[in-house]
Design a protein around this ligand. Structure first.
Ligand code: ARG
Length: 605
């Protein structure tokens, strides 16, 4: 048949034959076919299946109500229950579904076949955690972190760094080609005053690398002079002009200043294990000229008191593309960047991880890029992944006791100190070697900072609290890292290896206890969970999943003996290898979640 292009795309995507099955996706496919069969007149119906609590089966299709409404518009009057019955009857034969039960006004409860779950779980044990199959590969550019040269990297940039890195990890795991871009602010007017100050402080900066040392105070000194000294201000403007005309002496000075900042940023990235490629505003220097020229030719620039601005339809605030002195702005560089990314780099997907305060800016950039004809949002997915501000425990702007802003290095140091306190409080120093204690300290410190950020809906403002994030109960990094090491230690204390487990369960895992079955089904929801994250790039559902896994594991472990010991001698008398396999599968899924979130679990803690 002449199926829609969407269907064509889907069949191309079955790339990784060893990938994990996205069960929810598979069910949606089956229900899509059923609807097509039962109601061929309905076109482009968005099939949604949700996972449910075991009381209602494992999954549920609840689209009968909206389907009934669609049918009504087509002149067919059927109540939701009849619609559901027709859909239920049309679900094609398959190896996934055990039963389909009609409930309420037209819900269809779906129960998975035990044999299917057993088979998928063995595959998970034998092959390890693999990316889901059926993902269409894309070229993605992720613009994140992006601090400004000569200014302190602040907590907003920290959020962007953590969220952006996790999005990259997710997309890389799914098999996309990911470019991690650090759009640093390295070409702004602040360089005028910095360079003018450099001329005075280190006159031979062109011959010898200036020992700037503390760029923060250097910035402050030059700012004070800029605000109070008219001559200095004039010189600062002249320096910008020289820099922007690529005067080699001033380019040298600019580079020296950038290098100092770069080294500072890198310290943070190294500690948090962040990989990113610097491609700052200066990268777009020549492209900005071209960008302005193209917009000029397209006739979309409007004169406004000497400036050249560009309006997007239905947006009140225009972009300032050229300033009255002929200079370029943040807007100009982002217009150049979006064209470069979509046009020159042929990105399929461009993601900007920047605070919510800039949502208006990006909305306008995207709309203007469409007006200019550089972007077709039906072909290229562009999105601003925004996040709320960081608040202190008093729910006011986050700051340190001594100063207005919090230096990120200080914050990370405090994290390390508090993590160590926590570990000593739990007497871990008595059982771990000094090296193990240090690894645990770092895992906890950086893990809790990342996790507490990622576990919240990113849109909301976020209260930064070491006390909260270091709690060892509830959905926290500390709890999960502990849970993980405990699971890992089960096989270690029983003295069985991964190979032995695999060998023992090669013929299948029975999952006869209902807690075993429940845990297995949950683990198999890993693929659908991560695929869904790509819909809106909110990462907190992954943290919820991780927590659910550790809870389900506890329920299982409480009632299902994995290792039986002699009561009097304490000697191991029996090892249940099927359950060992479940332990290993759980730990492997958790480890993969940690890796997507940028957490580094330790074997001992
Ligand atoms: N440097 C900017 C800031 O600190 C963020 C840049 C974000 N990326 C972009 N393409 N505009 O606010």
């Amino acid at each position: 048949d002449n199926s829609s292009p969407q269907n064509v795309k889907k069949s191309v995507a079955k790339s990784d034959p060893n990938g994990m099955v996205n069960i929810l996706g598979k069910l949606e496919e089956l229900f899509g076919l059923a609807i097509k069969q039962a109601f061929p007149e309905v076109k482009d119906f968005q099939v949604v299946v949700v996972s449910t609590t075991p009381n209602f089966g494992d999954y549920q299709f609840n689209g009968a109500m909206s389907l009934s409404k669609v049918l009504k518009t087509l002149g067919k009057s059927l109540n939701p229950r009849d619609v559901a019955t027709a859909v239920q009857k049309s679900v094609p034969a398959n190896e996934v579904i055990e039963t389909l039960d009609l409930a309420g006004p037209g819900f269809i409860n779906i129960k998975l076949k035990a044999s299917f779950v057993q088979e998928q779980l063995s595959l998970l044990v034998m092959r390890g955690v693999r990316p889901p199959c059926g993902v269409e590969k894309k070229r993605v550019m992720v613009d994140f972190s992006s601090p400004n040269i000569a200014k302190e990297m602040h907590v907003g940039h920290l959020r962007s760094t953590i969220i952006g890195d996790s999005i990259c990890r997710l997309l890389e795991f799914l098999g996309h080609e990911v470019l991690r871009i650090n759009h640093v602010g390295d070409w702004g007017t602040q360089f005028g005053m910095l360079l003018a100050h450099l001329e005075d402080r280190f006159p031979n900066f062109a011959e010898e690398t200036p020992p700037i040392g503390d760029l923060q105070s250097f910035y402050k000194e030059s700012k004070i002079r800029f605000d109070s000294d008219a001559d200095f201000k004039k010189r600062a403007y002249a320096c910008v002009v020289k820099l922007q005309s690529h005067d080699p002496v001033y380019i040298k000075g600019w580079q020296a200043i950038c290098d100092v900042s770069r080294r500072e940023f890198q310290k943070i990235y190294d500690r948090l294990d962040i990989k990113i490629k610097e491609r700052g505003e200066s990268f777009y220097q020549d492209l900005m000229k071209k960008t302005v020229q193209l917009l000029e030719e397209a006739g979309v620039l409007i004169e406004d008191e000497g400036r050249k601005v560009m309006f997007a339809p239905n947006i009140a605030v225009p972009l300032t593309v050229v300033k009255s002195d002929g200079g370029y702005t943040y807007d100009t560089s982002d217009m150049a960047a979006i064209r470069q990314r979509v046009h020159d780099e042929s990105a399929d997907w461009v993601i900007y991880v920047v605070d919510m305060g800039q949502s208006g800016h990006f909305e306008t950039i995207f709309a203007c890029a469409e007006v200019a004809g550089w972007l077709d949002r039906k072909k290229t997915r562009v999105e601003h992944v925004g996040f709320g501000v960081v608040l202190g425990e008093d729910r006011k702007k986050f700051k340190s006791r001594s100063s207005e802003t919090v230096r990120l290095v200080d914050l990370l140091d405090e994290g390390l100190r508090r993590a160590k306190e926590k570990l000593i409080e739990k007497e871990r120093d008595k059982v771990l070697t000094p090296e193990e204690l240090e690894s645990a300290q770092q895992a906890v410190a950086y893990g809790c900072i990342k996790y507490s950020d990622l576990a919240h809906n990113r849109i909301a403002d976020y209260v930064f609290s070491f006390d909260k994030m270091l709690e060892d109960k509830g959905n926290t990094a500390v709890y999960l890292l502990y849970a993980y090491t405990r699971i890992r230690s089960i096989a270690r204390t029983a003295n069985v290896t991964d190979e032995q487990i695999k060998k023992a369960v090669a013929d299948g895992i029975p999952l006869s206890h209902d807690k075993e079955m429940k845990l297995a089904k949950l683990l198999l929801r890993f693929p659908e969970t991560i695929v869904r994250l790509t819909f809106d790039l909110c990462l907190h559902p992954l943290c919820e999943f991780l927590y659910e896994v550790s809870t389900a594991f506890t329920e299982f472990y409480d009632v299902c003996y994995c290792v039986e010991k002699d009561r009097t001698t304490g000697q191991i008398v029996k090892i249940n290898m099927d359950r060992m396999a479940l332990c290993e599968a759980t730990a492997n899924v958790m480890a993969q979640c940690f890796s997507l979130l940028g957490l580094k679990p330790v074997q001992k803690m």
